[in-house]
Design a protein around this ligand. Structure first.
Ligand SMILES: Nc1nc2c(ncn2[C@@H]2O[C@H](COP(=O)(O)OP(=O)(O)OP(=O)(O)O)[C@@H](O)[C@H]2O)c(=O)[nH]1
Length: 452
């Protein structure tokens, strides 16, 4: 069954409002004006006591923004004169969409609404004449329920869409060039093993032996494979092998007696072989379908951006690891196309995409956002690391002659806008910061990096 449209909801809301007498509405409006700071504080405070809600609210930025925006929401909701009910409906829809984007459970939103109502009832009983308590409480309750109904609907529409994208992503991750991925990850794992054996032979100290979890293979495994193959029996087994290698056997390698060291080495070799076998089994089950890739560059298209960023935010919540967003845009690309032709432009896009892909690590993501704009998600990084990476990338592209039309070599440059995700549950804010940084980089003359 179709849900009511915006116009129907606006009419329904208007009718609801007219059920309450004008003096009572007026009194509730002044109550909100006087106490909206208290209402917002109360809401925030009670919600922070809930460990599930505090996951979403404890971030400083949320605190600074939520309180004033809650006050604005209350004033808009309870103003006596609503000129435009459709705008009021739209406002609730937007809130519902943000809730879906940050994946806040709906029960927390309903709990928040209940807390607000309680604060209202308390204040109505305290400040308003007895005779109006009933009418005012029903008015407040109906009004908040109406907003919740609209928010919940917008939430479920957006959430369904997210779930479908997530499913598609899972399928995509399962099927993205499985053959290539298998070879790449097999050799990444063997590289790690070789580096370790070399380190042991060279008698490196314990701290400098490479941990499998932080290797190229480990990052790919943690950030991509675990998600794509969630629930597969091989995942539990591989995770166990990695933990045993990093937490037990690497330490054994530093024991004084030779027997312990030899045993640890042989355990590590066996575990590496097991991982290779488990990996093969897991990847073999994946079909050969390719979806979600941009056809020109073979990079990810933006369809999976929300799934990837929400996933990284979730990982960050539990590990305090940060990720960086990097907007990369080829400079004066219109002029390049105009001068050298669209085919030459396409070829440059492919070569730039190749450099971006090769420059990133196994756990990172490269998206083509559209046209000549790309987005890099660099996992497990910090401000200095991502700035250095962006600068190196800029130089790599500026110094790499691009082959177009047979044997012509041409150079292009990129501008980069980068930002470190601040832990906020809504990735949209970090994307906007990266966009602004890119805008500044263009403004500063292009072929440069701006971090925000
Ligand atoms: N060859 C080719 N060109 C594309 C593709 N997609 C977008 N473009 C072109 O990319 C150009 C982008 O131009 P603008 O957005 O004006 O930016 P710009 O010329 O790079 O200028 P700045 O970004 O300010 O340095 C347009 O001319 C698009 O037609 C594509 O797939 N292939």
């Amino acid at each position: 069954m179709r849900y009511k449209d915006k116009h129907q909801l606006a009419t329904e809301w208007q009718t609801l409002l007219q059920r309450t007498s004008s003096p009572v509405r007026q009194a509730v409006e002044s109550l909100v004006l006087t106490h909206c700071v208290y209402f917002a504080d109360h809401f925030y405070q009670v919600m922070l006591e809930d460990p599930n809600a505090s996951l979403f609210l404890s971030n400083d930025q949320v605190g600074q923004r939520l309180n004033p925006s809650m006050q604005r929401w209350l004033s808009a909701m309870f103003s006596v004169e609503h000129e435009n009910f459709e705008a009021l409906v739209e406002q609730q829809e937007k809130v519902g969409q943000v809730h879906a984007r940050i994946d806040i459970p709906v029960n927390l939103v309903l709990n928040g609404a209940r807390q607000l109502k309680l604060a209202f009832y308390r204040q109505i009983n305290r400040d308003m004449p007895n005779a109006t308590h009933g009418e005012a409480s029903v008015y407040v309750s109906d009004h908040i329920d109406m907003a919740m109904e609209i928010m919940s609907h917008a939430y479920s529409v957006a959430n369904d869409r997210n779930a479908r994208t997530e499913e598609a992503y899972r399928l995509f991750s399962l099927t993205q060039s499985v053959g290539d991925e298998r070879e790449r990850q097999r050799s990444a794992l063997l590289d790690w093993e070789n580096t370790l054996m070399y380190g042991v032979a060279a008698q490196q100290d314990a701290a400098s032996l490479p941990r499998l979890a932080s290797s190229e293979f480990g990052l790919w495994y943690l950030h991509k494979a675990c998600h794509a193959f969630e629930g597969a029996p091989e995942i539990t087994a591989i995770t166990r092998c990695i933990e045993q290698i990093d937490n037990e056997w690497l330490k054994e390698l530093h024991k004084a007696d030779t027997a312990s060291r030899m045993n640890a080495l042989s355990d590590i070799r066996d575990a590496t072989r097991s991982i290779l076998m488990l990996l093969d089994n897991m990847l073999e089950r994946a079909s050969g379908l390719e979806a979600g890739r941009d056809s020109l560059t073979r990079l990810l298209n933006r369809k999976f951006l929300s799934v990837v960023l929400n996933r990284e935010i979730e990982i960050g919540r539990h590990s305090n690891k940060r990720f960086a967003l990097m907007m990369v845009d080829i400079d004066h690309f219109k002029a390049f196309n105009d001068t050298h032709g669209h085919d030459a432009g396409d070829s440059v896009l492919q070569q730039v995409a190749g450099i971006l892909d090769r420059s990133t690590r196994g756990g990172d993501y490269v998206f083509r956002m559209g046209g000549e704009e790309f987005l890099l998600v660099l996992v497990d990084t910090d401000a200095e690391g991502s700035r250095l990476f962006a600068e190196r990338l800029r130089q790599a592209i500026a110094n790499e002659p691009m082959l177009v039309a047979g044997d012509t070599l041409l150079n292009v440059t990129i501008s980069v806008g980068a930002t470190l995700h601040d832990g906020h549950p809504d990735y949209q804010r970090s994307l906007q910061r990266a966009d602004q940084a890119l805008y500044q980089a263009k403004h500063h003359g292009r072929n440069c990096v701006v971090m925000q």
